[in-house]
Ligand binder design. Structure first.
Ligand code: TPP
Ligand code: MG
Length: 568
């Protein structure tokens, strides 16, 4: 068995887990780990300018790959700067491994610099948070960290690594955990669910982040076609469905449309594949939720989710992909094979969805100033194409509009960076450059509000330094528009803290950070500016386009929050 300094063992473990990318920023406490990285040519370090971006980037890495994103930071403030992104990953069930320095155990409780009980700070937002006090157990704990982050409902794991212990020699033997077999549902439960579905007259399938995590597209689509069931998806599950599929029927809640909302409310059987039906999806309001009379079949890898938001007639604690495959086979055995192409219900749904598409297309050709955000979203899809990775950040313009398939079409799984229901501003936008690390040959464009963009300015030089050619489209309404909306709709227009009387020159700021930068105010400039950004990206230069947009709102979100109707 080899012996080595514990700091090097950390890097050897990363290598054994096939980690090839680390996001972080050094400090004295972790200098030994960085030194070990210096010698590891197969692991790329993306050094951020503010640790909070390291967590957002690790989150993006996990969203795009399904594999843990790794953060490496120093003790104290290095670690505490990660809190928001780690919380996002915890709520969004994304695997992240945080390796943080910690004050020397020899000086514990003696007022050493950068020392607070970080393992306790991270406990409620991780699956495991611990200080590694017995350094000989380090290889074992690292193995557990990866296993726990990946298994069941994925999520973040946090390890505090005390500086004095990292310098010690330890015996290193590391066996990466085998991937556990995915749990299937019992045959009798599959039978029961299949019988419920076979009796359904108006079935609907709802996919959540759990369907994406299980990589369940093929099985889910086969099942939907057999049942002639429209497929809906929450924001976290969005890219599991090809929005061009005739059974793709839209999103939920603020990411939905009147069509998807009606389908959900009208369904007699709702097959829920890994969706939590949380606040942005349903707000637990009747008009955005399954009907209380509907039979709710809920499939989730996490037993705590079953019946949490809505009572489940049948709960299956199992892998979504396995259940979808088993249900399809069982239904075939029952002789269920519906001709969805000729079904009047599906025909009517398609007509309504086409009407929405025409409405969006009509907005695209408007000639107004300020611009309409939908114009930009649609033009960006034309400029960046079907292969692109799309990012949507928080807000009524950058998230609620492109979060809905009525306005942004996705075609392949894991092609969207989106916030979880933790809804942290700037999370998705800060993670955007990671797209070019994971997919160097795919374009990437994201939509971000002016408020959220100002929370991630530190990412611009990181993207420029590493030549990560992505484009941020700022949908700039000079406001924290979502909250401005609430003040407009609920506080009789008493606006406080939501309007920006001064804004930085974002285009100039972008250029100062090594990116291409432009301000666009006229409709005829949208497409040329996007083309220039695309070209800059292809040449390895990130781009920022600051679009001056109107404070117009997605109709679904006006209704969702019960606001005064805004005019389009
Ligand atoms: C870190 C954080 N702070 C505050 C909020 C509350 N919040 C939600 S949306 C929003 C406004 C976002 O403004 P902007 O990015 O400009 O997008 P817009 O709503 O104007 O489209 C705020 C303050 C949040 N979700 N996250
Ligand atoms: Mg705004």
């Amino acid at each position: 068995m080899t012996t080595m300094p514990a700091a090097r063992a950390v890097v050897e473990a990363l290598r054994a887990e096939n980690v090839c990318v680390v996001f972080g920023l050094p400090g004295g406490h972790v200098i030994g780990i960085f030194d070990a990285l210096y010698h590891a040519n197969d692991i790329a370090l993306y050094r951020v300018r503010h640790e909070h971006s390291a967590a957002h980037m690790a989150f993006a890495y996990a969203q795009l790959t399904g594999e843990p994103g790794v953060c490496l930071v120093t003790a104290g403030a290095g670690a505490t700067n990660l809190v928001t992104g780690v919380a996002e990953a915890f709520v969004g069930a994304q695997p992240i491994i945080v390796l943080a320095g910690r004050a020397a155990t020899a000086n514990a409780h003696r007022g050493e610099s950068q020392d607070v009980a970080t393992e306790r700070l991270f406990a409620p937002i991780t699956k495991l948070a611990t200080r590694v006090d017995r350094i000989e157990t380090l290889p074992d704990i690292l193995g557990q960290a990866f296993r726990i982050a990946r298994s069941g409902r994925p999520g973040p794991v946090y390890l505090d690594l005390p500086a004095d212990l990292l310098a010690r020699e330890i015996a290193f033997e590391y066996r990466p955990s085998p991937r556990p077999a995915k749990p299937r549902a019992e045959a009798c439960a599959i039978r029961q669910a299949a019988e419920m579905l076979a009796r359904a007259e108006r079935p609907v399938i709802v996919a959540g982040g759990g369907a994406l995590a299980a990589d369940a597209r093929t099985e889910m689509v086969a099942l939907a076609e057999r049942l002639a069931a429209p497929m809906l998806a929450s924001l976290s599950g969005r890219s599991i469905i090809d929005d061009d599929h005739p059974l793709a029927a839209g999103g939920l809640g603020i990411h939905g449309s009147p069509v998807s909302q009606a389908l959900l409310g009208d369904a007699d059987v709702v097959l829920n594949l890994g969706c939590r039906f949380e606040s942005m999806s349903t707000n637990w309001r009747p008009e955005f939720s399954p009907s209380p009379e509907a039979v709710h079949i809920q499939v989730n890898i996490d037993p705590a989710e079953i019946g949490r938001s809505f009572p489940a007639a049948l709960g299956l604690v199992a892998d979504v992909k396995a259940v979808a495959a088993d249900l399809d086979a069982e239904l075939a055995g029952l002789g269920v094979e519906r001709d969805w192409r000729d079904l009047p219900r599906i025909g009517a749904m398609r007509e309504q969805l086409d009407a929405l598409e025409h409405e969006a297309a009509a907005i695209e050709v408007r000639n107004d100033k300020p611009l309409h955000s939908v114009q930009i979203i649609r033009a960006a899809q034309k400029a960046f194409g079907r292969k692109a990775i799309y990012g949507v950040d928080i807000g009524c313009l950058a998230e609620q509009l492109p979060g809905s398939p009525a306005f942004l079409k996705l075609h392949e799984p894991r092609t969207m960076l989106a916030p979880s229901s933790f809804c942290g501003m700037s999370d998705a936008a800060a993670g955007l450059p990671v797209s070019r690390i994971v997919h160097p040959d795919r374009p990437c464009v994201g939509f971000v509000g002016d408020g959220s963009f100002q929370m991630m300015l530190d990412v611009l030089p990181v993207a420029a330094e590493h030549r990560l050619g992505v484009t941020w489209c700022i949908l700039n309404d000079d406001a924290l528009g979502s909250i401005w909306d609430l003040q407009y709709g609920k506080m009789q227009g008493r606006f406080i803290g939501t309007e920006f009387a001064f804004q930085p020159d974002f285009a100039m700021l972008a250029r100062a950070c090594g990116c291409h930068g432009e301000r666009v105010e006229a409709p005829e400039e949208i497409a040329p500016a996007l083309r220039r950004a695309f070209e800059a990206n292809e040449a390895g230069r990130p781009a920022v386009i600051d679009f001056a947009v109107a404070r117009v709102r997605a109709p679904q979100s006006v209704k969702f929050f019960g606001l005064v109707d805004a005019k389009f």
